[in-house]
Design a protein around this ligand. Structure first.
Ligand SMILES: Nc1nc2c([nH]c(=O)n2[C@H]2C[C@H](O)[C@@H](COP(=O)(O)OP(=O)(O)OP(=O)(O)O)O2)c(=O)[nH]1
Ligand SMILES: [Mg+2]
Length: 133
């Protein structure tokens, strides 16, 4: 078995109460599903540093404020992940899919219409509980 992969994940919420989703490229692990932007924490990085780096690299946003939201360990048949999910409430820039991926600001009430990786179920539940009107 490979080592569990540590991933920094951002639930990015804008002033219209929308959340940023990105479509994972088809060839990737969990490809074709919608994700919260983020990526692997590299050696020597804090989760906040990794999140800031990944959001700049992937969606062209600068994180100005974030806070820990939840932690999920999940075993896929082919990969074990630990998602370190932070809520990003302050950011600057205009979201762009810098890796050619489709991105979308989605109303919180519409989130249940998107297909997410299995590990994301508890994230969706908590976001809806906390933010849905
Ligand atoms: N970013 C992100 N990854 C997720 C989510 N849910 C989920 O199971 N994952 C999994 C899928 C992948 O196995 C892993 C993220 O790894 P990744 O390959 O995207 O990491 P990365 O952005 O650093 O990509 P790379 O440098 O390896 O190209 O976490 C999610 O909501 N967001
Ligand atoms: Mg990524």
């Amino acid at each position: 078995m490979q080592k569990r992969v540590h991933v920094a994940v951002g639930v990015i919420i804008n002033t219209h109460q929308q959340i940023l989703l990105a479509l994972r490229h088809g060839h990737l692990h969990q490809g074709g599903k919608w994700e919260f932007p983020g990526g692997k924490v590299e050696a020597g990085e804090t989760v906040t540093q990794a999140l800031t780096r990944e959001l700049a690299e992937e969606v062209n946003l600068t994180v100005d404020d974030s806070s820990p939201f939840m932690n999920i360990s999940h075993d896929y048949p082919d990969k074990q992940v630990r998602l370190d999910i932070h809520l990003v409430t302050q950011f600057s820039g205009n979201a762009t899919g810098l890796e050619g991926q489709q991105i979308k600001w989605v109303d919180i009430n519409q989130l249940n219409q998107y297909e997410f990786p299995e590990a994301n179920k508890p994230i969706l539940a908590k976001v809806l509980l906390q933010f849905a009107k």
